[in-house]
Design a protein around this ligand. Structure first.
Ligand code: NDP
Length: 452
């Protein structure tokens, strides 16, 4: 790394604060990866691309006031980070979770710029959400919160401006309520949100897209790296939400044996293979606890979060051929990476956004693990969101097969783009650097053409 780059990172860190730590983690990874590109082309420095990319176009922060079922007034904070629209309308999910802060959304929005760029589709990067906790809320409370949230958000979004989607805590139910309120306020039926239920403008396969896409990417990467496919192989997955469930489902469809899943309270290890229908019945819609899994399968093991030793996550202690962290950021640490490597793991694919800590990622790369970073591996969700935007704009409905075929092609193209970019820049087999360079280059070149 050049001295110039080092001081550039240092100057970003100087303005760092605890709340934004996660954003700086994401930013540093990108800056370190793109060093060879910056050194090979002086235009990026001349046009101050880095300085312009690390600051969002705008951050909208607003109060969300709603009435709970006891008629008590409740107040939350809502956000929309409109990060960069060089390549198309701002695009990225909404997260409803008590851990949401401006820093978390800046991290997610920043990652989204490069992820969306990698798809090759006309979409910019954004992210939003609220510190509202949907857990334990009634359906009416969720509806009232979503209505209040959209009453403010609608001023800033539009099908050619900013098109939010779901993320943690925001699924088809929440998108339905948000869309209903947008329509009521604007009297306009337009594709302003993706992840809508199929009955009113949703695309086939949007719920499955991220998880299925992760598996398509992994198969493409393993083929490129001349490793065995996932058929018949033991796989471990963390999480039990939308991404985890559909990753497990696709893995099972292609003949893999998935033995784990987890939620925020604990983990399940079922050596005979996760029962996907049971998992869905616990999690989809009612978001129950994974502990219920062993009521049906008492041969499976359940480990509550409090019993994790040394901060190690039990899912990553299980020997596997391929691992799929699909829950949340920084869930897979150095100690977990060490266990996976010692147990002979061949590939790690990030379904969640940045689930591996920088130390874990460094270990995977050092040990030659096929490592698929989130911004490449989980881009299938946003790709199908863009397909939904296309269908809405042309008032068409595409069939399941058509969307699935396009998703698979998109994931294979992303894999090829990332692998070839890594090779071109002298970091062959490093999918982290390949994804960051390819994602950055498309946005940066467009920024230069568009002017300041
Ligand atoms: P869901 O809300 O459907 O599921 C999240 C899962 O992760 C749940 O099982 C939840 O447990 C668990 N979880 C959440 N927070 C924590 C935590 N702090 N510690 C341990 N477990 C936790 O979200 P998604 O599946 O949609 O999202 C998962 C990840 O994938 C996120 O990183 C998201 O940004 C990313 N992603 C999602 C996309 C999508 O299309 N949905 C697209 C691209 C990326 P519990 O059930 O107990 O709440």
């Amino acid at each position: 790394m050049t001295d110039g780059l080092k001081s550039e990172i240092k100057s970003f860190e100087d303005v760092n604060c605890a709340e934004e730590k996660i954003f700086y983690q994401a930013m540093e990874e990108v800056i370190l990866s793109i060093a060879p590109l910056l050194e090979s082309d002086s235009r990026y420095k001349e046009y101050a691309i880095l300085e312009r990319l690390v600051v969002p176009d705008r951050i909208i922060k607003f109060k969300v006031t709603w009435l709970d079922d006891n008629n008590h007034i409740r107040v939350n904070t809502g956000y929309r980070v409109q990060f960069n629209n060089t390549l198309g309308p701002y695009k990225g999910g909404l997260r409803f979770h008590p851990s949401v802060t401006e820093g978390v959304l800046k991290f997610l929005g920043f990652e989204q710029i490069f992820k969306n760029s990698l798809t090759g589709l006309p979409i910019g990067g954004g992210k939003g959400g609220s510190d509202f906790d949907p857990k334990g809320k009634s359906d009416f409370e969720i509806m009232k919160f979503c209505t209040a949230f959209m009453t403010e958000l609608h001023k800033y979004i539009g099908p050619r401006i900013d098109v939010p989607a779901g993320d943690i805590g925001v699924g088809a139910r929440e998108i339905g309520y948000l869309f209903g309120q947008y329509k009521k306020i604007t009297s306009s039926y337009e594709g302003v949100l993706t992840g809508k239920p199929y009955t009113f403008g949703g695309s086939f396969m949007r719920p499955e897209a991220t998880g299925y896409g992760v598996v398509y990417f992994t198969e493409a990467m393993l083929a490129y790296e001349k490793k065995d496919s996932l058929d018949g192989k033991i796989c471990t997955v963390s999480g039990a939400g939308n991404v985890a469930i559909h990753t497990i489902e696709k893995l099972l469809q292609i003949g893999a044996i998935v033995v784990t899943c987890s939620d925020s309270q604990g983990s399940v290890y079922d050596s005979r293979g996760i029962d996907i229908e049971l998992l869905k019945s616990i999690k989809v819609g009612r978001r129950g606890s994974l502990k219920e899994y062993i009521d049906t399968h008492n041969e499976a093991e359940y480990t509550p979060v409090g019993e994790y030793e040394d901060g190690a996550h039990p899912v990553w202690n299980i020997p596997c051929y391929a691992a799929f962290p699909c829950a949340t950021q920084n869930e897979l640490t150095e100690i977990d990476a060490q266990s996976l490597i010692s147990n002979g793991c061949v590939s790690v694919s990030e379904g969640a956004n940045m689930p591996s800590t920088p130390e874990a990622t460094a270990l995977f790369l050092q040990h030659g693990i096929c490592f698929a970073p989130a911004k490449a591996a989980n881009a299938g969700g946003v790709a199908v969101s863009e397909f939904e935007m296309s269908q809405n704009a042309s008032m068409q409905k595409w069939g399941f097969e058509r969307v699935d075929t396009k998703l698979k092609e998109t994931m294979e193209q992303i894999c090829k783009r990332v692998a070839l970019t890594a090779k071109d820049y002298g970091v062959e087999n490093n999918y982290v650097d390949g994804a960051n360079i390819a994602g950055f280059k498309r946005v940066a070149d467009a920024m230069i053409i568009e002017g300041i």
